[in-house]
Design a protein around this ligand. Sequence first.
Ligand SMILES: Nc1ncnc2c1ncn2[C@@H]1O[C@H](COP(=O)(O)OP(=O)(O)O)[C@@H](O)[C@H]1O
Ligand SMILES: [Mg+2]
Length: 279
Amino acid sequence: MPLLEIRNLKVEFDTAKGPFKALDGIDYTVDAGEVLAIVGESGSGKSVAMLATMGLLPDSATITADKMEFEGRDLRTLSAKERRKVIGKDISMIFQEPIASLNPCFTVGFQLGETLKVHTDLNGRQRKERVLELLRAVGIPDPEGRLGAFPHQMSGGQCQRVMIAMAIACQPKLLIADEPTTALDVTIQKQILDLLVKLQQDSGMGLIMITHDMGVVAETADRVIVQYKGRKMEEADVLSLFENPQHSYTRALLSALPENATGDRLPTVSDYAEAGGFQ
Ligand SMILES: Nc1ncnc2c1ncn2[C@@H]1O[C@H](COP(=O)(O)OP(=O)(O)O)[C@@H](O)[C@H]1O
Ligand SMILES: [Mg+2]
């Protein structure tokens, strides 16, 4: 049984301009210990798909699917109590906007402690120990000293490490990382990716890595789903995808990698779209 199994997921938003189909029937499966990359340009429905899975889309979204199961349990019919046990604990997510997801009014130590308070039976002393252990695990120097720090007193990279600590605090079985390095400097991006891969390998959790960057896919993924305008263009294991991309859109993404550049300018995905690329 896959860890996560979603069949024929559709999401439609009710907007001022009428209904908008953000996802048009995509399957996603992830096994325990597997790293699935979902790749596609901005607006292709990567975040919407995962927010639908987490049950975090606004009421303007109509979600339908033939199947939405986590460990064989139907995510759509969970009671509020069961949902709290699964979402945020067994499945956790690192959101695209790291700074926005940390509360500016509370210290890092407090926010991590609260996550543990909600989802575990640890007492105060045990929670503090676990918070320190988590800060160490994500490579925050001087964890004791950082407990009392507010998010604005930390760099973007450090905040992202704290977000990761928060996401892994309750030892999730599945971690969804939504473009976890987009907001960071290139050198920091590499460190954060390495950290995520290490945490994934150490814990054996499933990981969904959302990205628009094929470089990130190459560094992290076992299997890849290529998504474009709410549809799946291609799905393959990472080696097959890089060696033998089936779809012109995948080839466009691959040729946008710096090492595949030919001219004096990097080709972009929109070059291919303009050339009549992805029918
Ligand atoms: N709450 C919403 N209401 C209306 N449209 C939305 C909403 N959230 C996302 N969308 C639209 O759905 C599409 C997919 O968005 P998203 O999943 O965020 O893309 P990605 O993460 O691949 O960049 C986009 O066109 C976006 O504008
Ligand atoms: Mg997104």
